[in-house]
Design a binder for this molecule. Structure first.
Ligand SMILES: *[C@@H]1O[C@H](CO)[C@@H](O)[C@H](O)[C@H]1NC(C)=O
Length: 437
């Protein structure tokens, strides 16, 4: 490609982006940060069915973000509290290294086709697009900062990652970033979080909790466990526990093509048709959780061992307490308690943690069915938090990215000259220009 073609391509992309932005501004009635009506910010007035909402507004200022999404930056606060750390430049590896200078995004090094699978390359591309959107819609300048992010389930130290282990003895510096599905997840039964949120809203509008399927649903790939972790057969055990039970609709996915089409897969919104949704982490976090959190359903999960950027908004009730066995049950274990020291009374809870060997799963479902007002309350509070509070909305996503870049910049100390390379502007990088090093 000639230099002139490159310039022309870059102008086209920028023009396209500017058009999209103007359309967005027209549609959302946005006319400048100072003219936003104050009632658009109150976190409670969140329901998209109740008129205009700030949840689609990508142009909130830092102060407006805080007001609209209280506590949304819990993970950033926690990561920052560990103090400053060195950010060495990695010559080879699975992280993308980039910097922001004068609100422009430059890619310094990125793993390519020879380094990452097509799935991982998609995640990397989706993530860098999200970042760019958050930078370009920021009404305030962002700090110059250098950073690294990885898209693997296992996070690399000193990086942004989709999740961090809830307990990290080595005090690794891992900053959770929004999941790639906020941009896209090209599986036919998912597509993206915003697409799923719309489908779920349509479903929830017409399906009250009491009318939902009273069973607990799960679909998944049984071998996809953390072999080295505390529950190496978590998923097989679930299928075995639920087999033949009337309270369960638990099925191992029967893949027809290479992890793209499965005969018994459910469109992601259809999980919300059930009163109970069983959640399992995999090799690491499970990207499905945030989709299930948009449902007005009770999510039943072993205590989570991975924190995504909104996991801290979970207010768990423990099955052992619901069933009146807190004194005698082996669950939660001391390790699980350490990760989740706080237990919420059922009137406040928005999720239920069950025994991680599934030994009380059936009883818990039965208990919730016998106490349907409690179950309905937990389900309602989950949707109120994650949908009503807007924490998974496009506005919250860009707010979080910007807070993340600011927070990261306060503690990350890039080491070495390599970080000072010019890098490739995002616009050129995404239109095919390779790392120029
Ligand atoms: C960011 O970096 C650019 C280029 O080095 C510099 O001109 C600018 O002053 C920096 N901005 C801030 C806020 O430090």
């Amino acid at each position: 490609m000639s230099a002139r073609q490159r310039v022309r391509l870059r102008s086209c992309i920028l023009l396209g982006f500017a058009c999209l932005l103007s359309i967005f501004m027209l549609c959302s009635g946005f006319d400048g940060p100072h003219n936003l009506k104050p009632d658009l910010y109150s976190a409670g007035s969140a329901d998209s069915s109740q008129g205009p909402s700030n949840h689609d507004n990508l142009l909130l200022t830092e102060a407006q973000c805080r007001e609209a999404f209280p506590g949304f930056d819990g993970e950033i606060v926690e990561a920052k509290a560990l103090g400053p750390f060195d950010l060495p430049f990695k010559e080879h590896g699975v992280v993308l290294q980039a910097k922001i200078e004068n609100d422009e995004l430059y890619i310094i090094s990125a793993p390519g086709k020879g380094d990452l699978s097509a799935t991982m390359l998609h995640r990397q591309s989706a993530t860098i697009h999200q970042l760019y959107r958050a930078i370009k819609t920021s009404p305030e300048p962002l700090p110059n900062t250098s950073f690294a992010f990885g898209t693997q389930d296992r996070p690399v130290d000193a990086s942004l990652s989709f999740a961090r282990p809830i307990i990290s003895p080595s005090r690794k510096r891992i900053f959770p970033m929004p999941h790639f599905s906020f941009w896209s997840w090209p599986l036919p039964f998912i597509n993206s979080l915003p697409a799923a949120a719309r489908a779920i809203a349509a479903l929830e509008d017409t399906l009250p909790f009491a009318a939902k399927d009273p069973r607990a649903v799960w679909r998944g790939t049984t071998w996809f466990n953390n072999g080295a972790g505390s529950h190496p057969r978590l998923r097989q055990d679930l299928v075995a526990t639920a087999a033949g039970s009337l309270w369960a609709d638990v099925q191992a996915l029967r893949w027809e093509t290479n992890s793209r089409e499965a005969r018994n897969a459910l469109p992601i919104q259809d999980f919300c048709r059930y009163r109970y949704i069983i959640h399992t982490e995999g090799i690491g976090y499970s990207g499905r959780l945030q989709f299930h959190q948009l449902c007005e359903s009770v999510v039943l999960s072993p205590p989570l061992e991975w924190m995504q950027h909104t996991t801290h908004l979970i207010r768990p009730a423990f099955s052992s307490t619901l069933l009146g066995r807190a004194d005698t049950s082996r669950y939660p274990s001391a390790y699980e308690r350490k990760g989740w020291p706080r237990e919420y009374p059922v009137e406040d809870a928005n999720m239920v943690f069950v025994a991680s060997d599934w030994s009380d799963l059936g009883e818990t479902v039965r208990w919730l069915e016998d106490h349907q007002d409690v179950a309905a309350g937990i389900a309602r509070r989950q949707r109120e938090t994650y949908h009503g509070g807007g924490y998974l909305s496009p506005a919250a996503e860009v707010c979080y990215w910007r807070a993340l870049l600011r927070g990261w910049n306060q503690v990350a100390r890039p080491v070495g000259e390599k970080w000072h390379q010019p890098g490739v502007p995002f616009e050129e990088y995404v239109s095919g220009r390779e790392d120029g090093r």
